[in-house]
Design a protein around this ligand. Structure first.
Ligand SMILES: NC(=O)c1ccc[n+]([C@@H]2O[C@H](COP(=O)([O-])OP(=O)(O)OC[C@H]3O[C@@H](n4cnc5c(N)ncnc54)[C@H](O)[C@@H]3O)[C@@H](O)[C@H]2O)c1
Ligand SMILES: [Fe+2]
Length: 381
C-alpha cells in the first residue's frame, strides 16, 4: 500500500514521504508571499531545515527564518519572534519542527497584531472570541516529530516563564491552512525524542479514548491511533529509517490530536507542570506517569480498556493492556518514575496545586482532587 494521500480532514493534509518538495506550492496556495519560517535552535542547524529554506527561496518566497525557540517555548521566545515577524513585513508563518516550534510559530501568527495579551486567549470557555480574527496570519505546518499533532490542532502550548505554568492557547484560526506530513523529515530525531514523541501520540489517543465525554468520532480515531503506535513505535525506535513505520507514526500523531478534542486527562495534567518546572520532554513525561494514571483510573475505565485490548489483540483485559504499556516503556527505555526524571519530592504539593489548575483535569474519568492527585504524584515517584 502506498502510504500517501491528500486529506481534507481536519485540514488540508499532504501526506507522504518526500512531499516536502511541494512546500512552496502549498505556501503560495495558502496566500503567502513573504513567509517567516519558524523552527527551533537545534533544527536550525540541520540539513532538513536548510532544504526547506531552499525550497521557499526557489519558489520566490525568500528564506527568512526565526529559530530562537526553546523546548517548552515561552512568551519571551514569542516576543522575540514577533519582533522579527513585524520587522520583516511577513504575511504568514511556516511552522517547521516539533511541537515546540509548531506551537511557537502558531503564537506568532496569532499575536502579530492583537488588542489582547496571549494569556487572555487561554483555552478557557470562549476566551478565544477576545482575539481579532482578521489579523491572524495564515499558518502552514510541517512537523518533524511524530507526537504532538499540533500540525492538525487549533491550539498551541506556551509556558509562562514568570509563573512556570504551561498554558493552552486556543483559537479556531490556529488550525494550519495546510500541513505537509512528510515522514522522511522525522528520521533524524534523536532516539529518545522518537520514543517520547511517539508516547505523546499514544497518550493523546489513550486519554481521549478514556475521557468520559460523548464523542464517538474521536473514540474510533483514538483506538486506531493506539494500534498504529503499538505496532510501529518499537519499529522506528530500532530502525530509524523505516519509512513505512515512520509514516504510520506520523499518521498516529495527527490522529491523537484529532482524538483529544474529546478530552485529555491526568497524564497531561501531571505532565504539564513537570514540563514547566523541570523542562522535561513532554511526551517522555507522559510515558513516565502513564501506568500510574491507568491504575488511578482503573475503576472508571476498566470496561472500556477491555474493549480496547480486544481490538488491539492484547490478551488479559485491563491487566494485559497495562502490561503491554509497561513492555512498551521498557522497549523504549523510558525512565521508570518521576524520581528518575529529576523531580524533587519536596515540590509535590506545589506540583499538585498546578496539576489541579490544568484544564486537562476535566477530561479525567476519575475526579481529580487535592488528596487523590497528591497521592497519585506519590505513586509516580
Ligand atoms: N499543540 C498541541 O496540541 C500540543 C500537544 C502536545 C504537546 N505540545 C507541546 O509540544 C512540545 C513538545 O513537542 P515535541 O515533543 O515535538 O518536541 P520538541 O518540539 O520540543 O522537540 C524536541 C527536540 O527534538 C529536536 N527535533 C525535532 N525534530 C527533529 C528532527 N526531525 N531531527 C532532529 N531533531 C529534531 C528539536 O530540535 C528539539 O531539540 C511541548 O511544548 C508540548 O507541551 C503541544
Ligand atoms: Fe501531549
Amino acid at each position: 500500500m502506498k502510504l500517501r494521500g491528500n486529506w481534507s480532514y481536519p485540514t488540508l493534509v499532504k501526506f507522504g514521504a518526500g512531499r516536502i518538495s511541494e512546500l512552496a506550492t502549498h505556501v503560495k496556495a495558502a496566500g503567502l508571499k513573504k513567509p517567516l519560517l519558524v523552527t527551533d535552535k537545534a533544527l536550525a542547524t540541520l540539513p532538513i531545515t536548510a532544504r526547506a529554506l531552499d525550497l521557499l527561496e526557489e519558489g520566490g518566497l525568500g528564506r527568512a527564518m526565526f529559530s530562537e525557540v526553546d523546548p517548552n517555548p515561552n512568551e519571551m521566545n514569542m516576543e522575540a519572534g514577533l519582533k522579527v515577524y513585524r520587522a520583516g513585513g511577513h504575511d504568514g508563518v511556516v511552522c517547521f519542527g516539533g511541537g515546540s516550534a509548531l506551537d511557537l510559530g502558531k503564537m506568532i501568527a496569532l499575536m502579530a497584531d492583537q488588542p489582547v495579551s496571549v494569556w487572555e486567549l487561554e483555552d478557557v470557555g470562549d476566551w478565544w472570541t477576545r482575539a481579532n480574527p482578521a489579523t491572524i496570519a495564515p499558518i502552514v505546518a510541517v512537523p518533524t516529530t511524530a507526537g504532538t499533532g499540533s500540525e492538525v490542532g487549533r491550539a498551541g502550548v506556551l509556558t509562562n516563564s514568570a509563573t512556570h505554568r504551561k498554558k493552552i492557547i486556543f483559537h479556531p484560526k490556529l488550525l494550519p491552512a495546510v500541513t505537509i506530513c512528510d515522514p522522511e523529515l522525522t528520521v533524524g530525531m534523536p532516539r529518545f525524542i522518537t520514543a517520547g514523541t511517539g508516547m505523546d501520540a499514544f497518550a493523546h489517543c489513550l486519554e481521549a479514548y478514556c475521557s468520559p465525554f460523548y464523542h464517538p468520532m474521536s473514540q474510533g480515531i483514538a483506538l486506531e491511533g493506539m494500534r498504529l503506535v503499538l505496532e510501529n513505535l518499537p519499529r522506528v525506535y530500532i530502525t530509524a529509517d523505516d519509512i513505512e513505520a515512520r509514516s504510520h507514526m506520523m499518521a498516529a500523531a495527527a490522529m491523537g490530536a484529532v482524538a483529544f478534542q474529546k478530552g485529555l486527562g491526568a497524564i497531561h495534567s501531571l505532565s504539564h507542570p513537570i514540563g514547566a518546572v523541570y523542562n522535561t520532554h513532554h511526551g517522555t513525561t507522559n510515558a513516565v506517569v502513564m501506568p500510574m494514571v491507568l491504575d488511578f483510573n482503573r475503576a472508571a475505565i476498566e470496561a472500556r480498556i477491555v474493549w480496547a485490548a480486544a481490538y488491539l489483540g492484547i490478551d488479559g483485559g485491563f491487566d494485559g493492556f497495562r502490561a503491554r504499556v509497561m513492555d512498551l516503556r521498557a522497549e523504549l527505555n523510558i525512565p521508570a518514575n518521576l524520581t528518575a526524571l529529576g523531580v524533587d519530592p519536596a515540590r509535590l504539593d506545589e506540583l499538585t496545586e498546578m496539576a489541579l489548575e490544568d484544564p486537562s483535569c476535566d477530561g479525567n474519568p476519575v475526579k481529580m482532587m487535592a488528596e487523590n492527585t497528591r497521592a497519585l504524584f506519590g505513586t509516580c515517584m
